[in-house]
Design a protein around this ligand. Structure first.
Ligand code: PLP
Length: 459
């Protein structure tokens, strides 16, 4: 979204000495006339060169590399509206295949129809999953003639912002458990102690965005089983596996976090994170067909046929579906495992070497997913926000941020090691980091980046 009123008199000028285009156009008003395709293309293309370089963006979990074949499939399907499955039944078939493949990967029981959907990303998946749980809760309460006016949802402060967004948009009271300052996730006991009969669901995260740590889903599940046994309160768990869903099944297959656990009723995963597809795709899976209330499914009558849909949006491009299926058949489990192991080993290499740098302390070093976080051991002449800006001048994008309560005194930097981050790049990054730290530690540069000699730029 945007809330900025810009000056209508501002102009933009073409590049390449206006070869095809010799007058400026208003920047913030619809131009009266058009221009040559080449001129428009060049103008936009050149301007966008000033964006950060995606491969050097160590802040993001989201895919920046696909093979040329996957890229070709991306473009070949961009102009098919995914909702039109009667016109484009083949791309729909790939969604059905992937929902089946992921349901089985997450150990959904075979005695049900696999139920799930492709989405725009984990955020849409999470909202749809929680909406289903809200609906199920309300039906259950209505049957028992109980009050349905005060639903709540329990999750840790280690969750992604979309959980707060859901609570606000869908009018559900958020019960947020502060971060345990040791484990940096929500303490399962504390989490389950906040559950009552108005709780629509409990959230668990597989790979927090803060440190990459995992909530203890097994423990949460055991505590909920106990609660059900003792008090008859039966609450589903939604597992947010946005980042781990394409990692853990391959490298830690024995870790039980998925539909093998009794209370886990829905899971989301971002296809555009370690599913290795360009941005714009997520997956939502339900354990059982009955976990998605039929009341929420809309049957779109399109050209005389009824098609079930469960989405927040309507039209979207089909471009991400085919590359997702491509990756699955091209890589297989062994390919995803190999890539995950490479990323983990590169991340650990980076973590080990970060730990050797003076005054840096590694907080998490690829424990489950290839994320490395580190902090300053003691207060330096500069902080990590300044280091984050300084390293940007070498092209690297690495965020610095404070953890949520109760660990908010901790400021971290985080590196997400993706497939495109090689061992060689780790060395280059370490080198840039040391240089940035040297320059910040005071001798010739002041914090403002301006030299002591009155306002002369630093050379
Ligand atoms: C990235 C992420 C999200 C949001 O996912 P999108 O696919 O970007 O919508 C939610 N939860 C977690 C844990 C994430 O890492």
């Amino acid at each position: 979204m945007v809330t900025e009123k810009m000056n209508p008199d501002r102009k933009v000028y073409g590049t390449y000495s206006n070869r095809d285009f010799n007058r400026p156009i208003p920047e913030f008003e619809f131009p009266e006339e058009g221009m040559a395709a080449r001129a428009a293309y060049e103008m936009i293309h050149e301007e966008l060169n000033l964006d950060g370089i995606p491969e050097l963006n160590l802040a993001t979990f989201v895919t920046t590399y696909m093979e040329p074949e996957a890229r070709a499939l991306f473009m070949e399907n961009a102009h098919k509206n995914f909702i039109d499955s009667f016109e484009y039944p083949q791309i729909k078939k790939e969604e059905i295949r992937i929902v089946n493949i992921l349901s089985r990967l997450y150990n959904a029981p075979e005695n049900t129809e696999f139920t799930g959907a492709s989405t725009i990303g984990s955020s849409e998946s999470i909202m749809l999953a929680l909406l289903a749980h809200k609906w199920n809760w309300r039906e259950k309460m209505k049957k028992q003639k109980k009050d349905v006016s005060r639903p709540n949802i329990v999750f840790g402060a280690d969750t992604h912002v979309v959980w707060d967004k859901f609570a606000k948009y869908f009018d559900v009271e958020p019960r947020v458990v502060p971060l345990d300052s040791k484990t940096l996730v929500a303490d399962p006991e504390r989490l389950v102690s906040m559950v009552d009969e108005n709780t629509i669901a409990v959230g668990a995260v597989m790979g927090t965005t803060f440190t990459g740590a995992f909530d203890d889903v097994g423990k949460i599940n055991a505590l909920l089983e106990k609660l059900k046994e003792e008090k008859g309160i039966d609450v589903p768990v939604h597992v947010d596996a946005a980042s781990a869903g394409f990692i853990t099944p391959f490298i830690e297959p024995d870790l039980k976090w998925d539909f093998r656990l009794s209370h886990v009723k829905s899971i989301n995963v971002s296809g555009h994170k370690f599913g290795l597809v360009y941005p714009g795709i997520g997956w939502l899976l339900f354990k059982d067909k009955s976990d998605l209330p039929d009341d929420l499914v809309f049957y779109v009558n399109y050209l005389g046929n009824d098609m079930p849909t469960y989405t927040l949006n309507f039209s979207k491009s089909s471009s991400n579906i085919a590359p997702q299926y491509y990756n699955i058949i091209r890589l297989g489990k062994s390919g995803y495992r190999r890539i995950a192991e490479n990323m983990m080993s590169n991340a650990r290499y980076l973590g080990e070497n970060l730990g050797k740098i003076k005054n840096l302390e590694v907080i998490s070093n690829a424990d489950h997913i290839p994320v490395v976080t580190f902090k300053q051991k003691s207060r330096d002449t500069y902080d990590l926000f300044e280091l984050s800006s300084a390293i940007r001048s070498y092209g690297w994008i690495v965020p610095a941020y404070a953890l949520p309560a109760d660990a908010s005194e901790t400021v971290l930097m985080r590196v997400v090691v993706r497939e495109s981050f090689s061992r060689d790049m780790a060395d280059l990054f370490l080198d840039s980091l040391k240089k940035a730290m040297d320059s910040l530690s005071g001798k010739h540069v002041k914090k403002s980046g301006v030299s002591p000699r009155k306002g002369h730029p630093v050379s």
